[in-house]
Design a protein around this ligand. Sequence first.
Ligand SMILES: Nc1ncnc2c1ncn2[C@@H]1O[C@H](COP(=O)(O)OP(=O)(O)O)[C@@H](O)[C@H]1O
Ligand SMILES: [Mg+2]
Length: 141
Amino acid sequence: MERTAVSDSPEDTARLGEELAARLRCGDVVALVGDLGAGKTTFVQGMARGLFVSEAVLSPSYVLARRYDGRLPLHHLDAYRIGEPRELIEAGLREVLPSEDGITVVEWADRVAELLPSATVWVELTLLEGERRRIAITAPA
Ligand SMILES: Nc1ncnc2c1ncn2[C@@H]1O[C@H](COP(=O)(O)OP(=O)(O)O)[C@@H](O)[C@H]1O
Ligand SMILES: [Mg+2]
């Protein structure tokens, strides 16, 4: 499945994340790719809303991973500061790639692509002019 949408605002981007999250199941991994400011964290905030997470989702850039509890646990990883993919493994994160009990979403996922399951849902966010973003979601058949 491939779907491309144009987002005109942060709320649009969050809504796309919310819609995707509603269709996810335990063990699903979502990989986010896009430049700084493209809207990856905004998309995760929408996913959290779709999973009925009540806590505020922050950018995890200064920690490798956070866990939020909702309809399913949401494991939010950020590979921005990762030098080598194995650092994620050394940090004990193999067990959420995939997670047995919840959903995993990874920002800067292209940096750790080799660690992600083949069934990963890829979301590519591209900065257009102003507040516009192109968001392409590719899910395995
Ligand atoms: N259409 C849009 N989608 C997402 N964010 C947008 C959009 N338009 C403007 N923004 C702004 O861009 C920034 C995106 O930040 P963030 O979601 O943290 O990006 P990333 O995690 O990719 O670095 C926010 O300040 C947000 O308000
Ligand atoms: Mg971010």
